[in-house]
Design a protein around this ligand. Structure first.
Ligand code: CP3
Length: 340
């Protein structure tokens, strides 16, 4: 079945649809009263494990805001269920027993996500059925480094002492873990495509923890392998590394179909780093949505204008939407981008 609105996929493939396609990271979330209503009845974990509810909240921003793509409602840490690792969402994620020692590493049970997190694939199928080909569905995962960082740190971190300590002190152990994590994520993502995902985004949200030369040496080869392997499933792949615009030149060496740009660099500068032949996605600072319609309009138009310097541009925020955002202003942003 052909999609009714495939502007997002066209842009992923380097074409320039008549309107700039737009979606927002964390577009299904607590800033929407309709989401809070669903969440008042179930925990976040239960929500992720209930395909019908996943489909309901995945579609909320499509109906309410008019975005051009849906993103599966889940979390980058759900995949740790395949390792038998329990993640507590409070709402920030926390792991009771992080992996710190070589003995911890040896105890990891690398399960098959197709069996251990079958509910993710049921959710993809439920989202596709509910979308009825209105817009494409984006599947996703955390990048190997970001996912492994959570497993080792056990929670968000300022200094990333444990994961960086492991990387610099025991590079062999670190490398082995990155290799296994990449294998796991390849299976995890390819099965999302088999279940119906039309595109994939890989979130390296904690990339900025490392200096560019260390990122190149210890992280990039694994991310590269993940991207190339899942491109074999024939859907476009978006690679989003956050936290240090100096990493952009490194990330651009990966042949991802789309490069996600965070808010810490102007889009024009980002395009000059990655090159005008690449497709970019981004990059409005999500906190601009806390201001008023006039500022949102001015900032959004500047980004659409800068995006013309790239082969193609998908409008997005430069990180996840804040839960204090007024949904009316979020909808205004989508309208501004579509009419720019
Ligand atoms: O974008 C979407 O709408 C799809 C769903 C999605 C969620 N998390 C839902 C969620 C996606 C793609 C993610 C990715 C994710 N999760 C990332 C990568 C993106 C980024 O932010 O850099 C990261 C680092 C996480 C880890 C995570 N999960 C954090 C830090 C938190 C707490 C966030 C907060 O706002 O307090 C979560 C929980 C989470 N994931 C929520 C949602 C809607 C809030 C949970 C709730 O409803 O209580």
């Amino acid at each position: 079945m052909a999609l009714q609105n495939d502007s997002f996929l066209q842009a992923c493939r380097g074409l320039r649809p008549s309107r700039t396609p737009v979606w927002m990271m964390r577009q299904a979330g607590r800033y929407l009263p309709e989401y809070r209503e669903v969440r008042s009845k179930v925990s976040f974990t239960e929500l992720c494990r209930t395909p019908e509810l996943c489909a309901e909240v995945t579609l909320q921003p499509i109906d309410i805001l008019g975005v051009d793509a849906a993103i599966l409602f889940s979390d980058i840490l759900v995949v740790l269920d395949a390792l038998g690792v329990e993640v507590i969402f409070d709402p920030a994620p926390r792991i009771e027993a992080p992996v710190r020692t070589v003995a911890d590493v040896d105890r990891i049970r690398w399960g098959d996500p197709r069996e251990e997190v079958a509910y993710v694939y049921a959710a993809v199928r439920a989202c596709k059925a509910a979308l009825a080909d209105r817009v494409p569905l984006i599947g996703f995962c955390g990048a190997p480094f970001t996912t492994l960082s959570y497993l080792v740190e056990g929670k968000g971190s300022r200094d990333f002492e444990h994961i960086k300590g492991l990387c610099f002190r025991e590079p062999g152990v670190f490398h082995g873990l990155m290799e296994r994590m990449t294998d796991l994520l390849i299976v995890y993502l390819k099965a999302q495509v088999e279940a119906g995902a039309d595109a994939l985004q890989i979130f390296d949200s904690w990339a900025g923890a490392l200096a560019p030369d260390d990122y190149r040496e210890h992280v990039l080869p694994h991310l590269h392998r993940l991207v190339v392997e899942v491109q074999g499933a024939s859907v476009p792949v978006i690679c989003f590394a956050r936290g240090n615009a100096n990493l952009l030149a490194e990330v651009a060496t990966i042949p991802a179909d789309v490069i996600g740009i965070d808010w810490s660099i102007t889009l024009a500068d980002a395009i000059s780093v990655v090159g005008p032949e690449r497709v970019v996605q981004g990059n409005l600072d999500p906190m601009v949505l806390l201001a008023d319609a006039a500022l949102i309009e001015r900032k959004a138009r500047a980004i659409v204008e800068a995006g013309k310097g790239a082969r193609a541009h998908i409008f997005n925020l430069g990180h996840g939407i804040s839960r204090h955002t007024d949904p009316g202003l979020a909808r205004h942003l989508i309208e501004v981008v579509h009419s720019a």
